[in-house]
Design a protein around this ligand. Structure first.
Ligand SMILES: NC(=O)c1ccc[n+]([C@@H]2O[C@H](COP(=O)([O-])OP(=O)(O)OC[C@H]3O[C@@H](n4cnc5c(N)ncnc54)[C@H](O)[C@@H]3O)[C@@H](O)[C@H]2O)c1
Length: 376
């Protein structure tokens, strides 16, 4: 090949640079287009995360995990309707506010200029949602709309949403795959499904980038035993079983022992709250790096029956934990288990808590030192 003269070398070099720039522009044209949500220009260093609902059960565990990493600055927003101020670690910024209060949201966004929002706020009881659907749609759907509108006004583009297994209803395929068709069967599940749809539309219209994390049964407590589950009223199996071990209840009710399962009782997918927290951090990293919206199931892929959970609690606590078999509850599916293939493959998410004993033991560590929860 003939040796190029210097002017020709310059022309060739310039042409190559131009082709590369054009290709780069085409591949990342979203950065250059004027969209209401601009792409985060900085890397993850000192990313400011607004954690809405960060004083609640799952949010407080996310805050613990995130606060161990120096690259994040955390601001918690919570109206403390169900959350606990005592769960907030010292030094973490906290704003007591309701996400349905637009003025308060505007003030908080102006003050802290967050880069991303993690949204845990919701009313979370299926039974209550049947009795008060309007209240549930107002808090879970309208509240989320106000939050998204504020993000849009303040050019915040990244959103991580606490969705739920409840969007799947009585799934046709179990374990439920990530791409199963949502089919909620109660107002709570619908509120989560509606928000997932609002997020998809907001991406199309405004360039919002979001991740929906569909949790199965969140359970367990932080390994320190400092924070844990304290819902009022408590409806979740593990804290209820441990209340029997603490002498706060005489027995635990088993609703139906004639299901077509290994021992006749309902089978559920129990996922440790710290494993959920780490999934949020992986999800945020993915969202900022790939700039791609996605939904992930977060479950264990394994199911434990109600009897197995009670037996695990007997082993962990050494208490006999009497049980009483009652009639089936309407609307309880026999088996609910999730495949979390997408989170494992795409986020590289790995669970730390792999047995029901280890999950119950972590919850027990919290409950036996916090007999009345946060006592607030
Ligand atoms: N716990 C589970 O097993 C589970 C399973 C699937 C999905 N989820 C979802 O995960 C999220 C967190 O659940 P959790 O168990 O931690 O519930 P939680 O009640 O302990 O936490 C929710 C927090 O949000 C706050 N909050 C509620 N409405 C608010 C509002 N309008 N303004 C400001 N703060 C508000 C509450 O005070 C509370 O601190 C919820 O969105 C829930 O639907 C939970």
């Amino acid at each position: 090949m003939a040796v190029l003269s210097t002017p020709n070398k310059i022309i060739l070099f310039t042409a190559v640079v131009l082709v590369l720039l054009t290709l780069g522009f085409y591949m990342r044209r979203d950065i250059f287009m004027t969209v209401p949500f601009p792409v985060l220009q900085k890397n993850l260093n000192a990313t400011r995360i607004l954690v809405c609902g960060g004083a609640g059960y799952i949010g407080s565990h996310l805050v613990r995990e995130l606060s161990t990493q120096p690259d994040y600055e955390i601001i918690i927003v919570d109206n403390l309707s169900k959350g606990h101020k005592k769960s907030i670690p010292k030094g973490i910024k906290f704003e007591k506010a309701d996400i349905r209060d637009k003025l308060a949201l505007d003030r908080i966004f102006s003050k802290y200029k967050p880069d991303a929002v993690m949204h845990f706020c919701a009313s979370i009881s299926v039974g209550e949602s049947v009795a008060d659907p309007l209240g549930y749609y107002e808090n879970n759907v309208a509240g989320t709309i106000y939050l998204l509108q504020t993000m849009k006004r303040h050019n915040v583009k990244y959103f991580i949403f606490s969705s739920s297994a409840a969007i799947f209803g009585n799934a046709k395929e179990v374990p439920i795959p990530d791409d199963a068709q949502p089919n909620p069967i109660n107002p709570y599940g619908y509120t989560k499904f509606v928000v997932e749809n609002i997020l998809a539309s907001s991406e199309n219209a405004y360039g919002l980038k979001y991740i929906c994390l569909r949790y199965f049964n969140a359970c367990g407590a932080h390994e320190s035993g400092d924070i844990g589950e304290d819902h009022h009223p408590e409806t979740h199996l593990i804290p209820l079983v441990l209340q029997v071990a603490l002498g706060q209840r005489d027995s635990i009710s088993i609703f139906g022992d004639d299901y077509e399962t290994k021992d006749g009782t309902c089978v559920r997918d129990y996922i440790h709250v710290t494993d959920l927290a780490t999934a949020h951090i992986r999800a945020l990293e993915y969202l900022v790096k790939e700039n791609k919206s996605q939904s992930f199931n977060l479950g264990s892929g394994e199911g434990y029956s109600v009897k197995e959970v009670i037996n695990a609690a007997r082993n962990v606590t050494g208490h006999p934990i009497p049980d009483i078999v009652e009639a089936r509850r309407i609307g309880d599916p026999a088996v609910l288990i999730a495949k979390s293939t997408r989170a494992e493959k795409i986020l590289g998410w790995k669970r730390k808590y792999n047995t029901i004993e280890s999950i119950v033991a972590s919850a027990w560590k919290y409950h036996k030192t916090h007999i009345n929860g946060y006592n607030d």
